[in-house]
Write a protein that binds this ligand. Structure first.
Ligand SMILES: Nc1ncnc2c1ncn2[C@@H]1O[C@H](COP(=O)(O)OP(=O)(O)OP(=O)(O)O)[C@@H](O)[C@H]1O
Length: 274
């Protein structure tokens, strides 16, 4: 099993080796007769937080869908733990931007979380305590009996995240999960997610249009390019974010390294250079 050298920014200890959990090996995807992803290679280590940025339509969602086995590449391969990804698996959870449609409105918060446990054929008697435990983790234990429509957008998104955690996935794919939320709620959820990832050791691929969010959350930021060609492939940049953790909204975003990264990546969100 290959491994990536990584500086352990949590402890400041000597470089550690991370086992590769997901590998894109020359992955190429065409949709509607158009090349969306040109051959893209990337190795992702266990517990890494990868954010993906790039202009609209450059294939960010497509990359997540290929990783989850929803899209079959016509070139190259996606490997999970060294094994070819042939289709969807419970080891990979998906969090969508549109929480309102992701949750079942006629089920309570707890009922929505239990859905993941039903799908995994967890015995009925174990479902309630496990759902309650996950709801505790995301701070929603007191709201277990409510219905989604009785919750704020941020809380509904936490229910969706709780449902994914209940699935006990290895990888979490998050497609602009906080895109529809107001700035305050969004920042709160960013910090909560960073904590959850630290505690669970989950590996996350997170698509966002928000450059600050991308840097704030990431161990590495992956910048994709639209309309790839042989000379200008999909993978524009992969940038290490060596900001200390745990991060803080004000202190981290004022850190000189944060500002340097922000300047460096600005061009890749359609501001002219890419
Ligand atoms: N099933 C499909 N058939 C044909 N074309 C598709 C299909 N799915 C996506 N596309 C096209 O592929 C391109 C990449 O889509 P994708 O959703 O991956 O981009 P994205 O970078 O996530 O975009 P956005 O930032 O706007 O969400 C887009 O031009 C989209 O219209």
């Amino acid at each position: 099993m290959s491994a990536l050298p990584v500086i352990d920014i949590h402890t400041g200890a000597a470089p550690v080796l991370r086992e590769t959990v997901l590998e894109f090996d020359q992955v190429a995807v065409q949709l509607g007769g158009r090349q969306i992803l040109s051959p893209t290679s990337l190795k992702i280590g266990r517990g890494e937080f990868i954010t993906i940025i790039g202009p609209s339509g450059c294939g960010k969602t497509t990359l997540l869908r290929a990783a989850a086995g929803f899209v079959r590449p016509e070139g190259g391969a996606v490997l999970r733990q060294g094994r070819l990804v042939g289709g969807p698996s419970r080891e990979v959870a998906f969090v969508f931007q549109d929480y309102a449609h992701a949750l079942l409105p006629w089920r309570t918060v707890q009922g929505n979380v239990e859905l993941a446990l039903e799908a995994a054929q967890v015995p009925a008697t174990e479902r309630a305590p496990r759902a309650q435990q996950v709801l505790q983790t995301v701070g929603l234990a007191a709201h277990a009996a409510k219905f989604p429509a009785q919750l704020s957008g941020g809380m509904q998104q936490r229910v969706q995240i709780a449902r994914c955690l209940a699935q006990q996935p290895e990888l979490m794919m998050m497609d602009e999960p906080f895109g529809a939320l107001d700035a305050m709620t969004r920042e709160g959820l960013q910090d909560e997610l960073a904590r959850l990832v630290r505690e669970t050791g989950l590996t996350v691929l997170f698509v966002t249009h928000d450059l600050e969010e991308a840097i704030y959350l990431a161990d590495r930021v992956v910048a994709l390019r639209a309309n790839p060609t042989a000379e200008r492939p999909s993978l524009a940049r992969v940038i290490d974010v060596n900001l200390p953790r745990p991060r803080e909204q004000l202190a981290t975003k004022e850190h000189p390294e944060f500002l340097r990264l922000r300047r460096e990546l600005y061009g890749y969100l359609g501001h002219g250079h890419g």
